[in-house]
Write a protein that binds this ligand. Structure first.
Ligand code: ARG
Length: 471
């Protein structure tokens, strides 16, 4: 028996430890569909170019059909000795169809093969993620639509700043997730390019038709430099960067959900199935899902660091370092997909098949939000703007209102609860119309600039998102 699967050159077999260390089949078998699709496209082209016979091509097709069935049924035997997904499938093919199987690798290397597989696989995952991002945005827009007139204290520095529509706040996340979707679409363009035909690093001596293979695989084009094609993983790094940003957005939302559902805020509730109890404290319902999402963000950002560091010291062209691209990439995809799915459901709820209505999304306590907004002098800026409209320079108005806030704080009341005579003590131009501007709703309505929180603006944004996300 040969010492190695691939050559008579080796005088001793690999140690078991080295086998385990270098083998990737237990994680890269996940690429099997892409691997077979790439092989079939390559074989079809080899036949069309007269490099292999029509009979060889037919044999390869027949063998791959059987391998597909075996893998799908779980009957396929993955062997550690055969190192990776590529060699496992090729070895089985040769077992099944003989010489045609041995001809498949003509004009090809595992270097261009694996780069093609990862790109094909990632392209499919990016498409799924695009759909999940749409679902999450739709869920947020649905909740927003029901809460345009609900007033939330907007925070800066986690201190009450100005009142905002709760819908406006949710739509901020819709903007973030829409940019994430855009980034994913851009990464897809650079991912969906064909390395196959670059062979090990320098191209090949056979008359390959690379454009044909690209068309068969529905790729947008071919890599134009064989060294680059087999060695760079920038598309995977870019994807992980886009995924990291997306997870950071989820993480910020998580942080807010956690704060909002704490007893001290009481702004929202999430459905019980997204919370867990405590093994000691009987009263607890803990926000485990958003907390885990926040934690898993660290994990995905870690994968970005792992992948980008993987590239930095590699001379051209392919190095085995690149085998380490897969686990971080796979885990990034799995984590992001699960997170997006669970968030769409946690925010927007689930369709009840009996009624067709969505149930179990977040529950909003509008009163608690409004009470909190009233506590923090959220309309102080409005009073300053009021005085500016009466002719005061803004800086003077700012100072005047600071005195009013100080007085209200001393009386433990809101600005709107100070009697008119007291307010007039701060400035004689203050009139009874001031109470409209000191109300939360008046403050909201007044911010009617494009992108502002006035209900009219928020409704316009909801309509824009609905049109964008439809279909
Ligand atoms: N399993 C390898 C990887 O993931 C495939 C390419 C191996 N190429 C090689 N020359 N050893 O990168």
């Amino acid at each position: 028996t040969k010492a190695q699967a691939w050559s008579a050159l080796f005088s001793e077999p690999m140690s078991d430890l080295v086998k385990r260390y270098t083998s990737s089949v237990f994680f890269d078998k996940r690429l099997w569909q892409a691997d077979i699709a790439g092989s079939l496209a390559h074989a079809e082209m080899l036949a069309a170019q007269g490099v292999i016979s029509a009979q060889d091509h037919a044999d390869i097709q027949r063998g791959m059909a059987q391998i597909t069935a075996e893998i799908e049924s779980g009957a396929f035997e993955w062997k550690l000795d055969l190192e990776d997904v590529h060699l496992n499938i090729e070895a089985r093919l040769t077992q099944l169809v003989g010489d045609a199987g041995k001809r498949l690798h003509t004009g090809r290397s595992r270097n261009d093969q694996v780069a093609t597989d990862v790109r094909l696989w990632l392209r499919g995952e990016i498409d799924l993620i695009g759909g999940l991002l749409t679902d999450l945005q739709k869920a947020l827009v649905e909740v927003a639509e029901k809460n345009v007139d609900v007033i939330l204290p907007g925070f800066t520095h986690l201190q009450v700043a100005q009142p905002v529509s709760f819908a406006h706040h949710l739509l901020a996340y819709v903007e973030m997730f829409s940019r994430d979707a855009e980034r994913m679409a851009q990464v897809r363009r650079r991912t969906n390019v064909l390395p196959l035909g670059s062979a090990a690093l320098a191209g090949t001596t056979y008359p390959l038709d690379r454009e044909r293979v690209a068309r068969t695989l529905a790729m947008d084009g071919v890599c134009h430099n064989s060294l680059d094609a087999v060695s760079d993983r920038d598309f995977a790094i870019e994807f992980t960067a886009a995924a990291s940003l997306c997870m950071v957005h989820v993480s910020r939302l998580s942080e807010e959900l956690i704060i909002w559902m704490s007893q001290n805020f009481g702004f929202i509730k999430i459905a019980d199935r997204f919370t867990t109890g405590s093994s000691i404290m009987p009263q607890k319902k803990n926000p485990d899902v958003p907390e885990l999402a926040r934690g898993k963000t660290g994990r995905v950002v870690g994968h970005l660091m792992g992948l980008i560091t993987l590239m930095k010291g590699q001379p051209l062209a392919y190095n085995k370092d690149n085998q380490e691209d897969k686990e971080p990439l796979f885990d990034t995809v799995d984590t992001l997909k699960d997170t997006l799915r669970i968030f769409a459901e946690m925010v927007g709820g689930q369709v009840n098949p009996a009624t067709g209505a969505k149930e179990g999304g977040i529950t909003v306590n509008a009163q608690a939000m409004e009470d909190a907004a009233k506590k923090g002098y959220a309309t102080a800026t409005d009073l300053a703007d009021y005085l500016v409209k009466k002719g005061l320079p803004f800086r003077d108005a700012h100072e005047t209102v600071a005195h009013a806030v100080k007085a209200a704080t001393a009386h433990a009341c809101d600005l709107s609860e100070l009697p008119l005579t007291v307010l007039q003590g701060f400035h004689p131009q203050i009139d009874k119309d001031v109470y409209e501007c000191l109300s939360l709703r008046g403050s909201l309505n007044a911010r009617n600039t494009l992108g502002g929180t006035a209900p009219a603006q928020v409704r316009a944004q909801i309509a824009r998102h609905q049109a964008r996300l439809a279909g």
